[in-house]
Write a protein that binds this ligand. Structure first.
Ligand SMILES: Nc1ncnc2c1ncn2[C@@H]1O[C@H](COP(=O)(O)OP(=O)(O)OP(=O)(O)O)[C@@H](O)[C@H]1O
Length: 388
């Protein structure tokens, strides 16, 4: 794949990154973005991940000028964007809805930003053809060049929209769920290809996705957006091993962290939790920390990969009594879903092991990487020590 070198002017403009601060937005009386602030360095890919309705699309639309912010500032390449109309912002935005021109072929849709009077580079026709075809080949739609959107599948339209964004040389790329409609094989290929391509450029990229695994795979940093607010910014290790709260814990990891609600009591100087009539000995730091918080309840978090399961019910004092609810053999490992006192947790266990539904088992929580969350606010209070 060939990529044009940035023009001198575009390179100069791209010498600074993106800085969003205090950005807020309400629709009617509902605040959907709450004082959002984040920086994206030149050449950096930052993924904004969060569940449906978290505010991802709204954040993108505020940055590219399709919505008006109530408060805050957006600086790009040293310019304040919020006072400028969309066409002066030099943001290439791929919309979740694709927004293709229905009367244009795939080729013409992709070429349209390069032929626009607003295009700063003014490439000639052979150069446009080369850039468009390079991207169509990369995304495996070169054979659709003359087809119109009405004759394309959702995944094909999504790739046309993606190419139409990547063909540009803006000051910022915004990709809103760019590969969500593609099959797993193509999604995995394009994750790597787009990351490779964007990392070679000087511009920052904002990538929105509800899929935290995709976010971790493509981005230098992941921003977790929940209910319009940023809960945590970090890399894959930080988000999966020490999530800022139980909402982030539920969204990250594959599979996500086990969250177990417990009630604590002290007996003969030791801290215990009661499950289905039997007591389990807790790590003493858990009891001491919750006593210091003045709450005798907590949520414990531990990863399925660090959850030990024994096929006997002769529990040690720190074992949890559980029954097998579901068995999923993935080939390389088996994923067990277990019931512990009415709560569901999961364990990744060796593939060779044999399990049956309703089998009674004993579960061991890990000594390392055990997360302690506040039972009411859900915020992370402590992690025992980094997971092995
Ligand atoms: N024009 C609008 N008028 C009223 N409410 C809106 C408007 N646009 C978005 N919202 C609301 O704002 C909230 C955030 O929506 P947004 O589309 O930004 O979320 P999202 O994280 O992109 O979700 P998804 O992953 O489903 O696309 C939602 O509750 C949505 O209903």
């Amino acid at each position: 794949m060939s990529t044009d070198p940035l023009t001198v002017e575009a390179a100069a403009l791209a010498q600074a990154g993106l800085r969003i601060s205090g950005l807020s937005k309400s629709f009617q009386r509902t605040q959907v973005l709450k004082h959002v602030g984040l920086d994206v360095q030149p050449g950096e890919i930052v993924a904004v991940a969060g569940p449906s309705g978290a505010g991802k699309t709204t954040l993108g639309r505020l940055v590219s000028g399709l919505e008006t912010a109530d408060a805050g500032s957006v600086q790009l390449a040293g310019r304040e964007l919020l006072a400028q109309p969309p066409q002066r912002r030099h943001v290439a935005h791929m919309f979740e809805s694709f927004a293709l021109y229905p009367n244009m072929t795939a080729f013409d849709n992709i070429a349209s930003p390069l032929r626009s009077p607003a295009c700063r580079e003014k490439p000639d026709a052979p150069r446009i053809r080369q850039r468009v075809m390079d991207l169509m080949e990369l995304t495996e739609i070169a054979h659709l060049a003359e087809r119109r959107p009405s004759d394309m599948s959702g995944g094909q339209k999504q790739r046309v929209a993606l190419c139409r964004t990547l063909v540009q040389q803006p000051d910022l790329f915004i990709l809103d769920e760019p590969i969500g409609h593609l099959d797993a094989k193509l999604r995995h290929k394009l994750r790597g290809e787009i990351r490779r391509r964007q990392k070679a450029l000087a511009q920052p990229t904002l990538w929105f996705t509800p899929d935290v695994v995709e976010a971790m795979a493509v981005a230098d940093r992941v921003v977790m957006l929940v209910d319009g607010g940023i809960r945590q910014v970090g890399n894959a290790a930080a988000l999966t091993q020490s999530p800022a709260d139980t909402d982030v814990a539920r969204l990250t990891g594959d599979p996500s962290m086990n969250l177990l609600s417990i009630q604590l009591h002290q007996q003969q100087g030791q801290w215990w939790a009661r499950f289905d009539g039997s007591d389990t000995l807790l790590p003493q730091w858990v009891g001491e920390r919750m006593a210091a918080e003045g709450v005798l309840a907590a949520t414990l978090g531990f990863l399925p990969a660090h959850t030990e399961v024994q096929a006997d019910v002769l529990l040690g004092p720190d074992g949890l009594p559980a029954t097998v609810y579901a068995v999923e053999p993935f080939g390389k490992y088996t994923l067990l879903t277990l019931t512990v006192a009415g709560q569901r947790i999961r364990a990744k266990v060796p593939a060779a092991s044999e399990w049956s539904i309703d089998q009674r088992v004993s579960v061991g929580m890990p000594a390392q990487g055990l997360c302690l969350f506040h039972p009411n606010s859900g915020r992370l209070l402590a992690v025992s020590s980094p997971a092995p």
